[in-house]
Design a protein around this ligand. Sequence first.
Ligand SMILES: NC(=O)c1ccc[n+]([C@@H]2O[C@H](COP(=O)([O-])OP(=O)(O)OC[C@H]3O[C@@H](n4cnc5c(N)ncnc54)[C@H](OP(=O)(O)O)[C@@H]3O)[C@@H](O)[C@H]2O)c1
Length: 247
Amino acid sequence: MNTLKFVLASALTALLALPASADGVMVFGASGQLGAPHVRMLVERGETVTAFVRETSDRKRLNGLNIQYAVGDLMDADSILTAMTEFKPRVVIDTSARRGGMMTREQPFYAEAMRNIVDAAKANGVKQIIIHSSVGVRGSAKKYLEEELGYNTESQNIRDKGEAEIYLEESGVGYTIIRNGLLEFEPAEATGNGYLIDDMNAFGRITRTDLAAVSLECMDNADCLSKIYHAQDDSLVGPRPEREGGD
Ligand SMILES: NC(=O)c1ccc[n+]([C@@H]2O[C@H](COP(=O)([O-])OP(=O)(O)OC[C@H]3O[C@@H](n4cnc5c(N)ncnc54)[C@H](OP(=O)(O)O)[C@@H]3O)[C@@H](O)[C@H]2O)c1
């Protein structure tokens, strides 16, 4: 009898030690061009979605969607911890991008944002973090990018994204890293042909809507855990069309 009581007490203690049950999805960069299609598709799936936005974010891409908002800043660790503690997401998706200007060592963005997201996620029992990174990071497709396209794969921006990837990989939280090559300028019609490939030399074009769709195929998908993918679309070949007055 005493043994049974001990087992029950231990089970109860273990249960209480777990964070409150995690559910729903929190999207960072939700007001952006890549974030908004993620949010829309998550709503269509019936998910409880929390859009993490800044006080100053223009929410027009999210108008009319039945979602909840968390207001903060990726550079403010406390605001992220507060948001995750309140909304307890099961999955976190980071679609953010530093806007404008050239990255310098003194102005880290992606690594700092990732530290803040991961630390808050760990404290709140998040099951999976999906991040959008770039082809070129950590030597991926280096030869093609440098020799064929003349890109600098050692730029501060690329190194910053590399640090973010490594911090996530080493965090112990379930993760999926999705690197994009060339995103079509908006507005861009989805093709439905986007896909993920685990070839670290792959480089191609894709629309943000298709990128969101393939990214969500990895959500709650054990096959995608601890994986890095490159995203592309073989129906988009040749040079990317110029911007057509979209944003
Ligand atoms: N390969 C390519 O051709 C290509 C081109 C562009 C981007 N990308 C990559 O694709 C991803 C998405 O880019 P995108 O162009 O779709 O993004 P975007 O439209 O510029 O949106 C960026 C989002 O990040 C948010 N954000 C920026 N700084 C923040 C901060 N300090 N705190 C909270 N939120 C912040 C923005 O919020 P606000 O609304 O408040 O600014 C916005 O929602 C990024 O990883 C980017 O590097 C690739």
